[in-house]
Design a protein around this ligand. Structure first.
Ligand SMILES: Nc1ncnc2c1ncn2[C@@H]1O[C@H](COP(=O)(O)OP(=O)(O)OP(=O)(O)O)[C@@H](O)[C@H]1O
Length: 577
């Protein structure tokens, strides 16, 4: 690289001889009339050189009449700045190897020439780069004086370089808007901050401090004009709203909608799952949906219901993991007036009755208490049931879809789930693959949720940086699509401009376990709202306890001193499941 000062080795000269003191005239007799540089070393190791050409032996001059000049010696591997300092003091410098032996010398003039050549290359490159780039670059020095101002800066800010160079930047811009000055003071770079220097101008700003030997000697600011992108985004956003409105109108006119169209993703894995679900929806059979938390089991259950039941048929979900065992039976079967004493004496329809003519969705079926499993099995077999405290049987005319993220067959082996109920539910099984096994869907889902939340929060359509997309693709998503959806919602809510490039509001995990925020730095420079910080901490505590308890929610809830329902609700809210 010609613009870099080349290695010192290239400049070392080796036409020299070293003589020890005292000198004798033999030196002249043997070396006279040569172009060798003669160094003289005294008994304390100091070096001198003879500062004139050696005369011919025939001149009979005495060696003592020759002009001796003091010089310094230094190891050739010393820092270049030290070499240059000594060289400018003495003009000539003896270079030593690691064992202190002289191996050559440096001459000020040759080093200077080399430095000047490199400087000229550097200047030529530097000027051409600044002339060629079409972004706005401004450089100020430590006195806040403008040193560099490119053509694009002239265009964006309507100030010519003749006018601004050499002047203080604060003479041209409002000091409160000058992020460069902050960077000059605190040395913190920042990237891709959106800024609006004029009402008709949007720019993305990158600022970087220039350091020389740890000292900040200036700041570079690069501004990219994104006004046209912002305008286009705005137009796109308006158009999308119009299209969405039209879509809604068209949907109203269409005779039938595809209930499965809300299940996004085009990977082979999800396509297979949807195909299987459609086939299952063509029957009245009981369906068991298996898959990790947040993979979309309920979404599929609802699509099956919409597909196979008539419009207006009830869809009744019940979360078997969230209802305390003591209330479960009355929730499921309902109770007759007078069945209990106290406030609940008026009677209430149970979920089974509410589901008449439609679908009963038994979510988290693996968490259903054993005694209730027996009762549910009886309902499924007899197709009729009694409400708690009731004497009149009610018809059980509904289709059952059950779902769980637990290995039901293992629970059967452990005696925690009834085998007969398992086979009763497991007529058709649909397995929903976790997101990490269908990474192809991540990008589509990201855009789908971005679109959804941009509309919901009335924010212009967001663009996610490539780097963040990569982070999303590399994440294992232990909370699956729910976690991804929550992450995008947070990003949209907290985004301050149209480019989302930071994941500070997303807890990306780098292993397959639950995601835990371990980076304490989030608590220093990126503190957000108290609510947000509390949620982050709660997320961390719950995940850690779940890990300690091997994922067992009941013992996790006990250890945390909260009910299982509360734990379940908090996990859902925080996107852990
Ligand atoms: N393929 C998908 N396309 C769009 N959204 C999806 C998809 N899959 C899941 N979601 C969304 O992810 C969230 C979680 O989905 P859902 O509740 O159906 O998961 P689940 O497997 O039933 O979870 P859990 O086991 O915790 O009950 C919901 O907001 C749902 O709308």
């Amino acid at each position: 690289m010609k613009h870099k000062f080349s290695s010192i080795d290239k400049l070392i000269k080796s036409n020299f001889k070293v003589f020890e003191c005292p000198l004798t005239d033999k030196l002249l007799a043997e070396n006279g009339d040569t172009d060798l540089v003669i160094f003289v070393k005294n008994n304390v190791g100091e070096f001198f050189y003879i500062d004139s050409p050696l005369p011919h032996p025939s001149t009979n001059l005495s060696v003592h009449s020759l002009p001796l000049k003091k010089t310094a010696s230094i190891c050739k591997n010393e820092e270049i700045s030290k070499l240059i300092a000594l060289l400018s003091e003495y003009g000539l410098l003896v270079l030593l190897n690691e064992s202190g032996e002289p191996i050559g010398y440096l001459h000020f003039s040759s080093v200077l020439k080399e430095l000047y050549d490199s400087y000229q290359y550097l200047e030529a490159y530097f000027d051409t780069i600044l002339d060629t780039i079409d972004t706005s670059v401004c450089v100020i020095d430590e006195q806040e004086t403008v040193e560099i101002w490119t053509k694009e800066a002239e265009k964006i800010f309507s100030i010519s370089h003749q006018e601004i160079i050499g002047k203080k930047i604060i003479d041209y811009f409002d000091v409160n808007n000058l992020e460069m000055l902050k960077t000059l003071k605190n040395g913190k770079p920042f990237y891709r901050h959106q800024h609006q220097p004029r009402s008709d101008l949007f720019v993305l700003v990158n600022n970087n401090p220039i350091r020389l030997k740890q000292k900040i000697i200036g700041v570079v600011s690069v501004d990219t004009d994104i006004t046209s992108q912002i305008r286009l985004n705005q137009e796109l956003f308006n158009s999308i709203r119009k299209v969405q409105h039209l879509e809604q109108e068209v949907t109203k006119l269409k005779p039938a909608n595809d209930p499965f169209q809300g299940i996004k993703g085009s990977s082979q894995e999800i396509a297979r799952t949807i195909e299987m679900s459609k086939k299952a929806a063509a029957t009245n059979a009981t369906i068991l949906i298996l898959g990790e938390s947040g993979v979309g089991k309920e979404l599929i259950a609802k699509a099956i219901h919409d597909s196979r039941e008539s419009a207006g048929a009830p869809y009744i979900p019940i979360n078997c993991g969230a209802i305390p065992p003591s209330l479960f039976e009355s929730e499921l079967f309902g109770y007759e007036k007078g069945a209990f004493s106290g406030a609940i004496n008026t009677g209430k329809k149970g979920k089974l009755e509410l589901a008449q003519g439609g679908t009963l969705f038994l979510d988290e079926i693996g968490d259903m208490p054993l005694d209730l499993q027996v009762k549910l099995l009886r309902v499924l077999q007899d197709k009729r049931f009694y409400p708690v405290g009731g004497t009149k049987q009610i018809e059980a005319d509904f289709r059952v879809i059950a779902a769980t993220n637990r290995e039901l067959i293992d629970l059967v082996k452990q005696g925690k789930f009834r085998e007969d109920l398992y086979y009763r539910l497991n007529v058709i099984t649909i397995k929903v693959p976790p997101l990490r096994e269908r990474k192809n869907d991540v990008i589509e889902l990201v855009h789908h949720f971005l679109y959804e939340f941009s509309i919901r929060y009335n924010k212009p359509i967001q663009v996610i940086s490539q780097k963040l997309i990569q982070d999303f693709l590399h994440n294992d998503w232990p909370g699956n699509i729910r976690e991804l959806r929550n992450s995008i919602e947070r990003l949209v809510v907290f985004s301050t401009d149209e480019m989302i490039s930071t994941n500070e509001h997303v807890h990306l995990s780098d292993d397959s376990g639950p995601s835990i925020v371990t980076d304490n730095s989030t608590f220093t420079d990126t503190l957000s709202t108290l609510q947000d910080e509390l949620e982050k901490y709660e997320h961390k505590v719950i995940c850690q306890m779940l890990l300690n308890e091997n994922g067992n929610r009941l013992s996790t809830a006990k250890r945390l001193g909260i009910s299982r329902t509360t734990l379940y609700n908090r996990m859902k809210k925080l996107g852990i499941m």
